[in-house]
Design a binder for this molecule. Structure first.
Ligand code: HEM
Length: 179
C-alpha cells in the first residue's frame, strides 16, 4: 500500500495549531490550578506569569487557527465529513472564542462566575476529549502510517511553499477539495 502523503500547507498549519493547542492546554491547567482549583489542584503549581503566558500562546494559536480553519473549510473540506475531524475543529473554535471573551483580571480578582469563563473551562475539557477521539479515529482510519504522515517533514516536488498559491488558485477554479 502506498504511504499516505499530506499536503505541506496542511501539515504546517495543522502541526502549528496542534502545538499551540498543547501549550494553551497545559498553561491553562496551571492557571486553573493557581487561581481557581474548585475541582482540585495540581500537586505542584510552578511559579511564573502563567496568565500572561497563556494569553500570549492564545494569540499565537489564533494566528495559526484562522488559516487552518480556512484551509479545512476549503482545500481540506472533504476530510471534515469525518466527524472526529470536524468536532475537534468546533472545540478549537469554542476554546478560542470564549478565550477572546475573557478579561485577564477576572481570575486575579477571584471572579470565577463569569459565563465566558465557565464556557472556556468547558472548552478546555472538550478539546482534550475531542483531540483524543480525533487521534483515535485517525489511528483506526489509517494506523500509524496516517499519524506519521501528518508529522513527516518530507515535501514532494510540486508541494513546496512556492506551490501553495497555485494550489489555492486551482481549488478556487475547480471549487473542489484537495485531500
Ligand atoms: C490539537 C488539536 C487538533 C485539531 C484541532 C485537529 C484538527 C484536525 C482537522 C480539522 C483535520 C482535517 C484537516 C482538513 O480538513 O484538511 C485533521 C486531520 C488530521 N489530524 Fe488533526 N487535529 C488536532 C491534533 C492532532 C494530533 C495531535 C494528531 C496526531 C498526530 C492529529 C492527526 C491528524 C491526522 C492523521 C489527520 C488526517 C485525518 C484524515 O485524513 O481524516 N491531529 N485534524
Amino acid at each position: 500500500m502506498p504511504r499516505p502523503y499530506q499536503p505541506s500547507l496542511l501539515r504546517l498549519l495543522h502541526g502549528g495549531t496542534a502545538l499551540a493547542v498543547l501549550g494553551c492546554w497545559i498553561s491553562g491547567l496551571i492557571v486553573y490550578s493557581r487561581y481557581d482549583g474548585r475541582w482540585g489542584r495540581l500537586p505542584f503549581t510552578p511559579a511564573g506569569h502563567w496568565i500572561d503566558l497563556h494569553g500570549q500562546i492564545g494569540v499565537l494559536l489564533l494566528l495559526l487557527a484562522v488559516p487552518f480553519l480556512a484551509y479545512s473549510l476549503s482545500l481540506g473540506r472533504s476530510r471534515l465529513r469525518r466527524s472526529a475531524n470536524s468536532v475537534a475543529l468546533v472545540a478549537l473554535a469554542l476554546a478560542i472564542g470564549t478565550g477572546k471573551l475573557m478579561q485577564e483580571d477576572w481570575l486575579r480578582q477571584g471572579e470565577l462566575n463569569h459565563l465566558a469563563y465557565s464556557l472556556h473551562l468547558l472548552a478546555w475539557l472538550l478539546i482534550a476529549l475531542t483531540v483524543l477521539v480525533h487521534v483515535g479515529a485517525s489511528l483506526q482510519l489509517g494506523g500509524w502510517p496516517l499519524l506519521a504522515s501528518m508529522t513527516n517533514p518530507a515535501v514532494k516536488k510540486g508541494d513546496l511553499p512556492g506551490d501553495w498559491p497555485g494550489q489555492v488558485r486551482r481549488f478556487l477554479r475547480r471549487g473542489s477539495g484537495a485531500s
